[in-house]
Design a binder for this molecule. Structure first.
Ligand SMILES: [Zn+2]
Ligand SMILES: [Zn+2]
Length: 274
């Protein structure tokens, strides 16, 4: 299986307009690994795109992706949904008023409902009117020989969120792309080769301004990530959904990686092959 983190940013892209922190300035100075699109993942083998944040048009261009066959959205939040117009831009022919292609869209049934409720029935419009997607509301999907399980890491009745588990030939990758905490247990995570996880406080452990934990119920500390890695016998953890708030340029994160065992930090274009 071949994956590419095409958007490693968080709620907003980096550089962020109006922000003059050292990470944003580094990005403006052309340090490519500090330039981050909002969160999305591409699975090369099956041309699957996960999530369409607001800047997805730009991200797709930057990634040189010309086409996809499958689309899935993890949850209803704007930093994962609001670029959904990508499907009409790419696959609806406005001159002929007909679809060029119908994409197989899959998501948890609760997430399909959440997205429609939050975004004016947008998925229904794309399925029934423009016919650029066909919706498969499901918990599991097999595409060729890749098994994809969507585990609902919901935190309350208002938010359902899929953590994706990809399996093929005894290899396993988990993508917990947003709101991974509070963390719901699943046996599915056991012995993952790679676990991509979001919303980790990237302040270095010995940083003088580091707050005591847990100060934010939605954020993992690095200590908790280390625990998670041990508990589930995970070979490698990759932290993604990275905003400039932590004040760490990629150069700093790369140094930080040396202190950690099997924990890495994502950047746009990061490839993972299992
Ligand atoms: Zn900034
Ligand atoms: Zn998010």
């Amino acid at each position: 299986m071949k994956f590419r983190i095409i958007g490693s940013g968080g709620m907003y892209p980096t550089p962020l307009p109006h922000c003059h922190c050292k990470v944003c300035e580094s990005a403006r100075n052309g340090n490519e690994k500090d330039i981050r699109s909002m969160p999305s993942l591409y699975v090369e083998d099956i041309k699957l795109l996960i999530d369409t944040p607001e800047d997805i048009f730009h991200t797709i261009n930057k990634s040189k992706i010309d086409d996809f066959d499958y689309l899935s959205i993890s949850h209803k939040d704007p930093d994962h949904v609001r670029g959904i117009r990508l499907v009409e831009g790419m696959y609806f022919d406005w001159k002929k008023e007909s679809p060029k292609k119908t994409i197989d869209f899959f998501a948890l049934p609760e997430v399909v409902d959440d997205i429609n409720a939050m975004n004016g029935d947008t998925l229904k419009f794309y399925e029934n009117v423009l016919k650029v997607i066909q919706i498969d509301a499901c918990k599991e999907k097999i595409i060729r020989d890749i098994k994809i399980t969507m585990f609902d890491n919901y935190t309350n009745d208002q938010l359902h969120i899929a953590n994706y588990v990809f399996e093929q030939n005894h290899k396993k990758l988990v993508y917990a792309c947003c709101n991974a905490k509070p963390f719901r247990h699943s046996d599915l995570y056991d012995h993952a080769d790679v676990f991509i996880i979001s919303m980790v406080d990237l302040t270095k452990i010995d940083h003088p301004n580091r707050k005591p934990y847990p100060f934010d119920p939605e954020l993992f500390s690095i200590e908790e990530i280390i625990e998670l890695k041990k508990k589930y016998h995970i070979k490698k953890i990759i932290c993604t959904h990275i905003d400039c708030n932590w004040g760490n340029t990629y150069e700093i994160l790369k140094e930080y990686e040396k202190e950690l065992d099997g924990i890495e930090f994502a950047y746009d274009g990061m490839e993972i092959e299992l």
